[in-house]
Design a protein around this ligand. Structure first.
Ligand code: 4HQ
Length: 239
């Protein structure tokens, strides 16, 4: 998968894209990310990329010409152009999986008060929001999108790990424990030390259901639940 990024702050991408699982995916060539500095297409001696809003008001707006100069070549080679913006479709597990199936993404990061509406309307295919809060730019949302999507590219992590992701199963994940067996007087649940694989699986499923019921009951509507799950849920909600 290929990802291009258009930004005024390329340096924000350096460490995150060199680190850990995503760093390794890039090193192995499973994903490639090219970061383009919008300033390279700035206008005049000052390489200006923004200007005051027509009609007045606070803040600056990104002019369409530098955006077009940066984005047109990416459109030409077939990239799906995605703008990170609070007005976009919310990034969910479903959307991350959909975007992981796109061979070439171009992520556009706004700054200030955002893009001129003509650039948004003519240069952008889709808009994605990472949540209902206001950030200073689209760079952190772009990194969130890259992280969420790249880990789903075959080979980046074991398929097992994301097939059991909470939002893939529709339930929150069960509690996990590692050494030591006793920590500050708190013990690892005995069933996990028992070696009974079927009992471990049943305990984990019950704890997933318990956590989802307590913290995100809204997820239960869409979850794929067996008769046994419904029986467990029934028992949990009585208790
Ligand atoms: N932005 N999800 C870029 C966001 C945002 C979000 C605010 C995007 C500022 C210029 N983007 N503009 N939330 O807060 O995607």
């Amino acid at each position: 998968m290929r990802i291009d990024v258009v930004t005024l702050f390329p340096e924000l991408f350096e460490v995150p894209l060199r680190t850990s699982i995503i760093g390794r995916a890039l090193e192995r060539g499973l994903v490639s990310v090219d970061v383009h500095d919008l300033r390279a297409h700035g206008l005049g001696r000052h390489r200006s990329v923004d200007d005051y809003p027509y009609g007045g008001g606070a803040g600056m707006i990104l002019r369409p010409e530098p955006l077009a100069a940066a984005i047109d070549p990416l459109r030409e080679v077939g990239a799906l152009v995605v703008l990170l913006d609070p007005a976009g479709e919310r990034l969910t597990d479903r959307l991350a999986r959909e975007l992981a199936g796109v061979a070439h993404l171009a992520l556009v990061c706004g700054r200030y008060e955002g893009l001129d509406e003509r650039a948004r309307g003519s240069l952008v295919d889709r808009e994605v929001s990472i949540g209902d809060y206001v950030l200073t730019g689209g760079e952190l949302p772009a990194l969130v999108l890259i992280d969420a999507v790249a880990r789903l590219v075959p080979g980046v992590i074991e398929a097992e790990s994301h097939e059991s992701d909470s939002f893939a199963t529709g339930l929150l994940e069960h509690p996990q424990y590692t050494r030591p067996e006793s920590f500050r007087g708190m013990e690892v649940p005995a069933v996990l030390l028992s070696g009974h694989h079927a009992e471990v699986a049943r305990w984990r499923r019950r704890e997933s259901l318990r956590r989802t019921l307590l913290r995100r009951p809204d997820l239960l509507q869409a979850a794929d639940l067996s008769d046994e799950d419904r029986r467990m849920l029934d028992e949990l909600s009585r208790a």
